[in-house]
Structures are given as C-alpha cells and as structure tokens.
Design a protein around this ligand. Structure first.
Ligand code: F6R
Length: 355
C-alpha cells in the first residue's frame, strides 16, 4: 500500500489536521455567505465606479476569483492589487476591499491605510490585526473571520464574503441558489477525492503521484487561470515544491518555444492542463496543438476536464478544490506535514524587525 492510502500515516504527518480544513471547504462557503448577507453596508457604497481588492498569498486568491468572474458579468472594473500602496486611479468613487487573514500583512495594511487617506470607500475581511483600528478610524465595515486555520486553508471565509458583498452592491450577479449549487457540487467532489477513497479510484491521489519528484506546470485559460494560480500557490505552500502556472492563450507566444533546455527537461516536468466547457473555442484548438508539441518533445501531460456544470463559478471552485487536495497529497507523498511554512514566517519576522 502506498503512503497516500495509508490513513494512519496521513494523520501522523498532518499534525495540524489541514485535512479537516479541506473537508470543511463547502461548509466554510456556506457560513461565510451567511456572514456576508448579515454585514451592514453603508448605502453610499452602492455608488462606486471601480473596485480594488488588496491581498497577498492565500488571502489574495478570493480576489483573483472575483476578478475572473467579473470579466464575464460585471460592468464595474475590479482589480486585485498585490503590493504596497494603491494604484493612482483610486479615489472616493472606489471601493477598496482589504483581505488579510491575520490583518497584519504589511503590503495590504499599507494599501488600506492609503485608501483611508484618499477618501475611498473601504471594507475589510480579516480576523482583525492592524486592519481593525484602520476600519474603526474610517468607519469601514469589518467582516471578522474567526476560524483558526492557515489563511490558505480558510479560502471559503476569504473568498465568499467578497462574492456576497459585491453581489449585494449589484457589481457581481451571484445568487444564494448558485452558492448552494456550488456547495453541493463541492461536497460531491470531496466524496470522490478524500483520503478514504483509494488511489485506484481517486483522481487527486493519482495526480499527486504523477507530479511526485517533478516540477508541475499548471495551465488554465479563461475562468480557470485563477485555478491554475491557486494550484501553484498550494503546491508551493503545502507540498514545498517548485511549480509554475501558465495561461492560455499567452503561453502560445513564449512557453511553447522554451521546452528544449535544460536537456533533461522532459524528465523533470509534468504539465497539467485544466479544461472547461467555457474555454474559448480558439483556446480549445490551441490546447490540442500544445498537446501535439508536448507529445513531440516526450513531455508528460494530463488534461483535466472539469466536471461539466452550469456556471463558471462552479468550475473555478471545483478546479480549486481538486488542486487543494492534489497539493495536500503531494505533501504527504513528499513525507511532509502540509501546514508549516517556515520561510514565509522567517521573512515576516525579519521584516517586522526592521520597522
Ligand atoms: C499562509 C498563506 C500565506 C498568507 C500570506 C498573507 O497559509 O497562505 O500565503 O496568506 O502570507 O498573510 P495573511 O493571509 O495573513 O494576510
């Protein structure tokens, strides 16, 4: 029996029980949607001309997802800002949403402070930290998270409130019914890929085995670009592995000519292509040409067609959920506890010491 089917070994390695957070994902979405419905929003927030979401790492992915969805159904521009300060266009007609699990991430705090100084409309999603006093100072709503997990393992709490709040403000059109459908879909997926399901029937375990000891290249297009990025960050943080995310159609203009060196590249990488029925028809053709190129170069790859669903949101969430499990199993296959992120902690400590 391989380690991925050894439940005792998985439990032993996963000292902080990240598995429970993974299994909670659909329930996190449910609870966070309810909190977003209850949050008091100032009425003048209904008049905004653009939205800037601030966040880093695990706290930024929900913003990415909203940006991805907004391309299909929002007339108001939404951008994600992963940096210090703010873009110059932000003014009192902007809504600036800070998302930080800890509330202490200095890039996010700096942008949120700047939003107050510029007179922008503001809102934070956080457990508190340094964002809380800024909310009090500028009378900005704070949606408090109280979950107790790594930020990346609390995605439901970081992402769903943005969807709920932007829908209430008429910027995105996501209904409670769509969220309920997504939750059911995720529960169904969970039952197929959780640890009790043996490798022979478990696509997440099979993928982790394929990525083992290789550099993963995750490709997505359209709505699934976000999912590819989440796979990358989760494989980095959980499995402590090198991985890159690429997107279509952009990769057809560079990536495909960069596959000849180093000479033994084919023995070192594994390409995963996330596919959706919503992919642009031209990108579907591009995918098949990319597969031919990979075959010619003997580079292993796997297309994964997301279970056909009725919305881009469902496909994004399913692709993200599958990737979260793959990264978890890859950590276990690497013989590692998925939770600790020593280098990130060290970096934050060093920066805090320079203030
Ligand atoms: C840790 C994680 C990190 C953090 C990031 C920002 O699990 O995912 O990427 O999310 O360092 O910290 P927060 O989320 O506290 O703003």
């Amino acid at each position: 029996m391989g380690i991925l089917d050894n439940l005792g070994q998985i439990k032993k390695l996963d000292s902080a029980n990240m598995l429970q957070n993974l299994m909670d994902f659909p329930d996190q979405i449910e609870a966070a949607w309810q909190s977003a419905e209850k949050l008091a929003l100032p009425t003048h927030y209904l008049k905004i001309k653009n939205v800037v979401i601030l966040g880093m790492g695990g706290s930024a992915i929900g913003g990415d997802l909203c940006v991805g969805l907004s391309l299909y159904n929002s007339k108001v521009p939404i951008i994600i800002h992963r940096d210090y300060d703010l873009p110059a266009f932000v003014d009192h007609d902007s809504l600036v949403i800070a998302v930080s699990y800890s509330g202490n991430t200095e890039e996010t705090v700096s942008g949120f402070q700047a939003a107050g100084e510029k007179g922008a409309k503001m809102l934070a999603i956080s457990s508190g930290g340094d964002l809380a006093p800024i909310c009090r100072k500028y009378r900005a709503p704070l949606l408090e998270i109280n979950y107790g997990a790594q930020p990346r393992a609390a995605l439901g709490y970081l992402l769903t409130p943005i969807l709920g709040i932007l829908s209430r403000l008429g910027i995105l059109a996501i209904s409670r019914g769509e969220i309920e459908t997504a939750i059911q879909l995720l529960k169904g997926l969970d039952s197929k890929i959780r640890p009790e399901v043996p490798t022979a029937k478990n696509i997440a375990k099979q993928l982790a085995n394929k990525l083992y000891d290789r550099i993963a290249i995750i490709i997505g297009s359209g709505a699934l670009k976000v999912a590819a990025r989440r796979w990358k960050t989760q494989i980095n943080e959980n499995a402590k592995s090198a991985v890159w995310a690429e997107e279509l159609p952009e990769l057809c203009h560079n990536f495909i000519v960069g596959l000849d060196f180093p000479k033994r590249l084919k023995d070192k990488i594994f390409v995963v292509v996330l596919q959706s029925k919503y992919d642009h028809p031209r990108n579907k053709i591009r995918q098949s040409v990319v597969f031919q190129i990979l075959q010619q170069k003997s580079i292993p790859y796997e297309p994964i067609l997301m279970h056909p669903s009725d919305s881009a949101l469902d496909e994004m969430l399913s692709a993200i959920y599958l990737g979260d499990y793959v990264s978890y199993y890859l950590a276990i296959a690497n013989g590692l506890d998925p939770t600790p992120i020593k280098s990130i902690e060290l970096l934050k400590e060093r920066l805090a010491g320079t203030k």
